[in-house]
Design a protein around this ligand. Sequence first.
Ligand code: TMP
Length: 238
Amino acid sequence: MISVQRGDMRYEGKAKRVYAVDRPDAYLVEFKDDATAFNGEKKGTIAQKGVVNNRLSAAMFTLLAAHGVETHYLETVSDREMLVRAVSIIPIEVVARNVVAGTLAKRLGLAEGTELARTVVEFYLKDDALGDPLINRSHALALGLATRPQLDELEARALRINEILKEHLLARGLLLIDFKLEFGLARDGRLILADEISPDTCRLWDAVTRDKLDKDRFRRDLGGVEEAYQEVARRLLP
Ligand code: TMP
C-alpha cells in the first residue's frame, strides 16, 4: 500500500467521500459504511461495506483494465481508500440490464427474474434533487450532457464491461442481473470508467439458488445484508 497526503474534501456522496491529494492528477476516494435507498429516503449503515466495496471495486477495475477497459483506479491506499485518476464526471448514470429487476420490472410491468432477449442499456440523469430520472439520447443531447459519439461510446463501453463482468462473475457462481456505471472525461477528452463496481451498484444473484447478494437486501429489508456483502467478497477476492 502507498502513502498519500489527504487534502481537502472535494465531494461527499451518499457512500463515498472524495479528497484532493498531494498531486493534481489524482483524488483519494474513501468508501463509507453508510447506505441509502430511494434517493436518500431510507438511511442506514452496513457494517464493513466500505471495506468490501473498496476491495471489490479495486478487483473489478483491475480485471477490466486487464481486458483493455480504461478505469480511474490507480492504487489501493488503505482498507477503505483508493487513489483514482482525477476526471470530470459526466452526469449520466449508465445502467445495463441482463435480467428484469428493480425499476425496469415496475416501469414495464415485467416479472422480476425474466431474462431479457438482449442487454438493455439505459441513461439516467445524475441529479439527486430530481431523483435521477430516466432520460433518452435526445434529452442527453439537448441538455448538453454528452455528444452523440460520446453517447455511442458510453453504450458500447457498458456492453463491453457487461460481457467481461458477466463471464467473470458466473465463473464464481454469481449472476450479473444489472449494474450502474459512471464515466468521466480525462483532460484530453478520453472517456474513463469511474465511480465504483460493488454490491451497491450491481444486482448479483446466486447462480444456483437465485438468492439476492447485493444492496436489494437493504433496500427491501430482506435481512442478511452484511452476510451478502461478505459472501460476494469471499467469492470474488483472492
Ligand atoms: P434500478 O432497477 O433501481 O433502476 O437499478 C438498476 C441498477 O442500478 C441496479 O444494479 C442498482 C443500480 N443503482 C445504483 O447503483 N444507484 C442508484 O442510485 C440506483 C437507483 C440504482
